[in-house]
Design a binder for this molecule. Sequence first.
Ligand code: ZN
Length: 407
Amino acid sequence: MSMNTINQIKNSINRAMKSAFYQKHFSGVNVNDINSMENFRNLPFTDKEDLRDAYPLGLQATPDEEIVRIHSSSGTTGTPVIIPYTKKDVDDWSLMFKRCYETAGCTSLDRIHITPGYGLWTAGIGFQAGAELLGALAIPMGPGNTDKQIKMMIDLKSTVLCATSSYALLLAEEIEKRGVRDKIHLKKGVIGSERWGEKMRKRIAGELGVELYDIYGLTEIYGPGIGINCQKQDAMHIWTDYLYCEIIDPKTRELLPEGKTGELVITTLCKEGAPLIRYRTHDLTKIIPGKCECGMDFPRIATLIGRSDDMVKVKGAIIYPSRVDELLATIEGVSSEYQIMIDHLNGKDILTLFFETKETDSIRDLEKRVEQEFKRNISITPKVKAVGMGELPRSEKKSTRVFDNRY
Ligand code: ZN
């Protein structure tokens, strides 16, 4: 590890220590003692729960006059997390986002159709700032109103669609249903990173006729735009001039070597408003060793395989949603959309798998096949139920596949 990295990290810790949050979280830590990566790795992690305790502005690490904006992450439970940004933070984020669009091959001639939400959430405004810095035409749609989305897409000849995977799928299905595919000018989809299977990717790419790019990010660390996959397609490059990445075992919290799957932990190197040190993203991925064929030097992380808090244990078996994606992808007649319900009845865990299918004949045979494959690969016998296409909920935000009703 270069001397440069540890110096950047030390600078970031020094900035972080100006916040009420880190003064408490790192109390007893002398920043001057952190002279090596080994010392750095002894620092405590920062988790989302910790940030909630800093509500509302305990993370703020610069004087009020330097803060120009806040964003807030959508806490599913309880107190939100508020992240303050300086002018430089906002500019750095736009620069990273512009780099993402460039990596996906977008230019100032593109018309970028932005469906993620605007507001406290970091999504929409990040996509927009990057598009404007690139010099492209931003079309700030926000989510919802499918009629209007498709009308604007046709009339304005949008060339790039920015969306979550589940909203991109919904739009693809609507375009197909309305028979307007030949009026659509989309060439690329920039899809907010969440775990999504190869089958869903192929459907969106096929139905929209676009190349797809996974863009990575989280509100606590700027927002979307801190990494994206390149035209070589596999894995996402991460902008390590702004961020330092580690992969840890989510259970033991030990550092894992390159190539091993675990949880991504990020330290910001340049952030001023709210620097974060060893922030646990809970996203499961790995660092891909070696250099990418595209020639870019930025390191790569693999497409996310899930969240460490989505791993569920049923009857002793660990289930990653990504394994279910892969499994279903191998079975003909089964669509990419599925849901898993886990219940506890009469002292036993019961796993029910719902999947969508176009088939109308021999449904029972198809269910039986899914049951057998699931049992063979994941060592649990599920209850399997086929439903018609479009019956499972689509969401404009991240889709949830696994519902654990046991607790
Ligand atoms: Zn590359």
